[in-house]
Each structure stands twice: as C-alpha cells, then as structure tokens.
Design a protein around this ligand. Structure first.
Ligand SMILES: [Zn+2]
Ligand SMILES: [Zn+2]
Length: 328
C-alpha cells in the first residue's frame, strides 16, 4: 500500500513491549471457528444448539470459542430463568461491527477461490434485490480503492513486532497450531488463520519482500517463515520473483489474488483500531492521497453502488455442516 511507508528504510521503531490494536484484532479474528460463529450470529443464530448443529466441532472447541468471544465482548451470554433454564448468545455492537470483515472475506472467496468443499452461497443485497460483490471505497471521496491507492505509516503504537497477531484461542494440544490442514476455507485461513501468516501478508502490503527482512522485522523463526511463505505461495497469494539486481535473490510479491485480500485487511484494521485500539493512539495511519483524507473504508454494492449495511446483506442459504468431517 504505502509510499511514505514505514518500510522506506526498513528501520525498526523503538521496541515497545506488549501488543497493539493490530496484534489484538488480527489475533482475535484470525480463527476459523470464531469467524464461523460470528457469521452465524450475524445471520441471526443465537442458541448453542444452533451453533452445534451448524459446526462440525466438539463441545469443548465450541465452548472455548464462545467463551473467548464473550470474554472479548463480541458476544453477550444472556441467561433466562425459565424452566428449563435457557440461554442465548447475542452479538454486542462490537461483535455486530465485524460484518464488513466477514463480507469482505466472503466476497474474496467467491471471486478468487474456484473450488469450495463447503457450500458457499452468493451474497444478496436486500436494498437492490441482486447478488452482489462488495467494493471497498474511500469514505471521504467515495472512489473505489485498492492497496495501491493508499499510503500507510505507523502510528504512535505501531511497530513490526508489536503488530504480530497474538494467540487468543488455545489450540487443541497436539494440533499443529493452524486450521489450514482441515479447513472449509483453506485460502482464507492461509492468510488469516495463523498469526505469522497474517503478519507476513500485512508486511507484504507494507512492501516487505525479502526473506531476511520478514525474518528480522517480524522476528519469525526461519523454519516457520519458510513454511508459511511456501503455504502462501501454494495458495497463490504470494509468488516468488527473481530480482533484476540480484538474480540469486528471490523476493516474495503479492499476486493479484493476494492484492485482492486488501479489503479484508483494511476492514480488520479499522475494526481493530475502533474496538481493541490503544488509548495511546493508532497502530497504523492510512491516507488516501488522491483526496488528501485519512482513509476510512466504506463497502458499497457493485450492483447498485449504494453503501452496504450489515442488516441488508443476506446469504443464499445458511450452510450446513452435515456430512462434513473436519474438526479443529
Ligand atoms: Zn478519498
Ligand atoms: Zn445493491
């Protein structure tokens, strides 16, 4: 994305221990089952039994994810003293505000991933009555934007290592720490489902391209880095490019498919700054030079051009997990 970007000289900002909005937001949302639960809740599901019927995960995993979402304030658990006692999981405003992220993920899956092992219905815009794709625009000038149109710089709480997503959900012991191996949406999870992968994709948008730069800036162990980079290349999100000046060096560049992930990143950054941001200021500041404004992303419908709202989006049908086997 950037030109006046934080990587201009690849200098590492002063070390600031702890996390920032990016590490918290991407850490929290970069989990397949949490995203599924939010999607089901956005579609109106609220009962434990409904979540259980829709997701092929164990009681323990489902309870763990619901507890995390309740603890982080995205979902509220309401108890009713009836006979038999009844409880409901209801989205808070913080939870409801994830709809642009879920919509962007869905739009990217529909546009860029040809084979789905899981039912992936189109999104329907109630306002215009058409199936649509979301388009990211600048909230100030209303022009469509891509990463190439924007410039980013670290804010007061920014920094490479501070922005690496933290681990929010405990993984099952013995798991390999990633949902990619048994995933309904392996492409999304290749980008989003692992703390290092989303850090690498984020850094690639910030124009980090070399193995050694990923390694030193983010502090990724080299073996893990090699694994993650090759997984991102296998999914067609990054590609290796030989450089003209040093033909023995390969650089990692975002492909068109990788660049198209940008609305997911932009909406997640915006959600993170708003809901899990630091009082000391933003982690990253994004500008739209064409209009000179601070960038605030707005999703519009590609069919009617109107601004989307979460309440006006429907899916063709709610997917059912029946007959599928993956588990977390
Ligand atoms: Zn603008
Ligand atoms: Zn529309």
């Amino acid at each position: 994305m950037p030109a006046a970007d934080p990587t201009a000289d690849h200098s590492v900002p002063p070390h600031r221990p702890g996390s920032n909005s990016l590490s918290r937001g991407f850490g929290l949302l970069g989990d397949e089952w949490s995203l599924f639960l939010l999607r089901l809740a956005l579609l109106g599901r609220s009962k434990y039994s409904e979540f259980r019927a829709q997701l092929p995960i164990s009681h323990a995993v489902l309870t763990n994810r619901l507890d995390t979402l309740v603890r982080e304030g995205l979902i509220e658990k309401r108890m009713y003293s009836e006979r038999p006692p009844r409880s409901e999981y209801v989205l808070t405003e913080r939870g409801r505000s994830t709809w642009p992220i879920l919509t962007s993920i869905w739009g990217w899956e529909l546009a860029w991933v040809s084979h789905h092992s899981y039912e992936t219905p189109p999104m329907h815009h109630r306002a215009c009555g058409k199936d649509f794709a979301p388009v990211l625009t600048c909230g100030h000038c209303r022009q469509p934007v891509t990463a190439r149109d924007l410039r980013a710089a670290w804010g007061p709480t920014g920094g490479w290592r501070e922005s690496v997503p933290e681990t929010t959900t405990r993984r099952r012991s013995g798991s390999r720490g990633t949902a990619v191996d048994h995933s309904f949406y392996p492409d999304t999870m290749a980008v989003f489902g692992n703390r290092w992968s989303s850090a690498l994709v984020g850094a690639a948008f910030l124009r980090v391209h070399r193995f050694t730069d990923f390694q030193t800036l983010l502090g990724v162990p080299p073996g893990l880095l090699a694994d993650r980079l090759s997984a991102l290349c296998e999914r067609g999100i990054l590609e290796q490019v030989r450089t003209a000046t040093r033909p023995d060096w390969a650089e990692y560049r975002l492909t068109e498919k990788g660049l198209a992930v940008f609305p997911v990143i932009a909406t997640t950054i915006e959600w993170s700054e708003r809901w899990v941001g630091s009082p000391d200021g933003p982690a990253i500041e994004i500008k739209h030079p064409a209009c000179g404004s601070a960038f605030h992303g707005v999703l519009v419908c590609d069919q009617c051009g109107e601004t989307l709202t979460g309440a006006q989006i429907e899916l063709g049908s709610v997917p059912s997990a029946a007959g599928t086997t993956p588990e977390s």
